[in-house]
Ligand binder design. Structure first.
Ligand SMILES: Cc1cc2nc3c(=O)[nH]c(=O)nc-3n(C[C@H](O)[C@H](O)[C@H](O)COP(=O)(O)OP(=O)(O)OC[C@H]3O[C@@H](n4cnc5c(N)ncnc54)[C@H](O)[C@@H]3O)c2cc1C
Length: 566
């Protein structure tokens, strides 16, 4: 159930996609852990990786939509294989993944635009091994895009100059093109345009971070542009910004999965070969509990993220359910990744600080993912808009099958207007839950019923609806319901071992209880709400035999199953 790069055959992919994954794994295994670590210590820009990507046309095949692929028949934007590639890069190092991720973001406004000239040029640049960048954030504005100060000033017909600064922009040192968001200084309209870091009026100020990745501050000083470089204006530019983040933020969950799984192997290999007080560390009951929680959380993350990808690929203008599941991959899966590393850190302990382990970097890297591309708060504020329709106004949709076959996901670049979130409908979550009869899943269903009861009999009042602190805790409970739903759907499609599934609901019950307690203790909660929350606090079943089977059948054999080549 966990990725083992040395054993994974990628049989679910077509031959070219399989070749990309296996060659990439081989690149990192040949490079070896020692050299990977040395480069990180030296803050070395990963030129060897970019050369490998160029020689093997990897970004070109994975990130060029079929329409712009020319003679390259294997090029397409295929979410299934993009997920696999994300996972591999996260597994070997976040700074490699980051260069790929911000390339995806940089390409978003380009592939979404109507500027055919830039699109053709971009396909050529990808073919030559180009990487890309996404210039949205500014130093003083954070998530507040309305306040963007990058200005585009019109000159004579079709000519402009751009002035302003951007901050925290990955790859902006070496990108072939940097998609840049700003405003028209005369009309105040939003605009997206591309700039070239090699141009004279482009000032690469600095790397804002001490890392192998380059997270730039750059300034445009009377940077000359023509209509040829303008990607979109007005509402289209705004939508391109948000729709690009919709495409990109999905990847963060897969990076967290990659990181968590590599940490798992390092932790279990270490613990299984350590003998304390005459006992192997993996035999301590609390260590088994930590591994079991970490393992089941990783499996749940993967099931949820896979199923969410199915909904991304099935999305249409009428079926926008992905707009809930996608922020959950970003927010919930990355936070679970952080939790997995926390659990494993208590096992690997001092060894996790040593300079020769992957774990040392992972402990810091894993923390970035919940904070990038919209913090947890921003994503939670987004998803609570879906809560009323999710619980009380379901609609009927055709079944969404498991979708890992080769396809060009064209809708992602035609998502349309970003408005109307609270009007989006979902299929009834109870269908998935009713189809599963397992002891812990049944307790979890009771908890959901109590949450529904709270929403009906003591819903958030007018003031509470404006109290983000209150909504964040309520949103955590809602998140768990949708998380469990897609986990059940994915498990059904993959015919998963019921022991593991019930063990997943063991931690789900505990997490639900924790968030219910938090909500009950909010200053803004009413006495009635607090009392209802307290009823949601429940214990999982105590099934020692199942717990033991999960260890014996799924976790114990992971000892020495994988270690990166030295
Ligand atoms: C390593 C790194 C790489 C990055 N790469 C890029 C890149 O390539 N391109 C790019 O454009 N940006 C990039 N960023 C910027 C990053 O995506 C955002 O800036 C970040 O998501 C928000 O962090 P902030 O400190 O600006 O938070 P702020 O937006 O300043 O938020 C401050 C606090 O207010 C909360 N908050 C803000 N708005 C809301 C809201 N609506 N509802 C509820 N709470 C809210 C936040 O959760 C946070 O707690 C990068 C950042 C880093 C650190």
């Amino acid at each position: 159930m966990l990725l083992n790069p040395k054993a994974e055959k990628y049989e679910h992919l077509d031959s070219r996609s399989r070749e990309i994954m296996l060659k990439t794994i081989s690149f990192f295994e040949s490079k070896g852990k020692e050299k990977c670590k040395e480069d990180l210590r030296g803050r070395v820009w990963h030129q060897d990786f970019f050369d490998f990507i160029t020689e093997n046309r990897i970004f070109a095949d994975l990130l060029t939509p079929a329409k712009y692929a020319g003679a390259h028949k294997d090029a397409r934007w295929d979410t299934a294989r993009i997920c696999d590639f994300n996972e591999i890069l996260g597994f070997y190092g976040l700074s490699y993944w980051y260069a790929w991720q911000v390339s995806i973001l940089g390409l978003g406004p380009i592939w979404m635009s109507a500027n055919e000239k830039v699109k053709q040029k971009t396909a050529d640049l990808l073919d030559q091994g180009g990487i890309f960048a996404f210039g949205l954030s500014e130093r003083t504005h954070g998530a507040d895009l309305y306040s963007s100060e990058m200005m585009l000033t019109p000159l004579a017909e079709g000519h402009y100059v751009a002035d302003g600064g951007k901050y925290y922009i990955g790859n902006a040192n070496k990108a072939a093109l940097v998609s840049t968001f700003g405003k028209n200084s005369e009309t105040g309209e939003y605009v997206f345009f591309v700039v070239d870091p090699r141009a004279e009026n482009y000032d690469l100020v600095k790397n804002t971070v001490d890392w192998s990745g380059y997270v730039a501050e750059y300034a445009l000083n009377a940077y000359p542009l023509t209509d040829d470089e303008i990607l979109s204006t007005g509402q289209d530019a705004w939508d391109a910004a948000l729709n690009t983040v919709n495409v990109g933020k999905f990847n963060l969950g897969w990076a967290a999965l990659g990181i968590g799984q590599h940490c798992f192997y390092e932790a279990i290999n270490h613990a299984a070969h350590r003998n304390l007080y005459g006992r192997v560390v993996t035999d301590f009951p609390h260590i088994r509990r930590l591994f079991t929680d970490a393992f089941t959380k990783l499996v749940a993350m993967k099931l949820f993220a896979r199923r969410a990808a199915d909904y991304m690929r099935a999305a249409t203008a009428e079926d926008r359910r992905y707009l809930l599941y996608n922020p959950l991959v970003k927010m919930k899966v990355t936070c679970e990744g952080e939790e997995v590393v926390n659990l494993l850190w208590d096992v690997i302990a001092a060894r996790g600080f040593e300079k020769d382990v992957y774990f040392e970097n992972a402990t810091r890297d894993i923390r970035t993912l919940p904070k990038l591309e919209g913090t947890v708060h921003v994503n939670m504020a987004l998803i609570v808009k879906f809560m009323a329709n999710y619980f009380f106004n379901p609609a009927v949709f055709p079944d969404v099958p498991k979708h890992s076959n080769p396809a060009d996901d064209t809708f992602l670049f035609n998502q349309g207007a970003t408005r109307g979130l609270s009007k989006i409908h979902f299929h009834d979550y109870r269908i998935a839950y009713e189809g599963l009869d397992l002891p812990n899943a049944n307790i979890f269903k009771e908890q959901i019923g109590l949450l529904r009861n709270l929403l009906m009999s003591a819903p958030p009042g007018k003031d509470q609806s404006k109290d983000i602190d209150f909504l964040l805790s309520l949103g955590e409970l809602f998140t768990l319901v949708a998380y469990g739903q897609l986990i059940i759907e994915a498990a059904g499609l993959e015919d998963m071992d019921k022991d593991v599934l019930d063990q997943i609901f063991d931690f789900m019950i505990r997490d639900f209880s924790k968030f219910a307690l938090q909500l009950s203790q909010k200053t803004g909660a009413t006495a009635e709400q607090s009392a209802l929350c307290m009823k949601m606090i429940k214990n999982p079943t105590r099934d020692q035999a199942r717990y033991q089977r999960v260890w014996d059948n799924h976790i114990a054999h992971l000892v020495d199953a994988y270690a990166q080549n030295p």
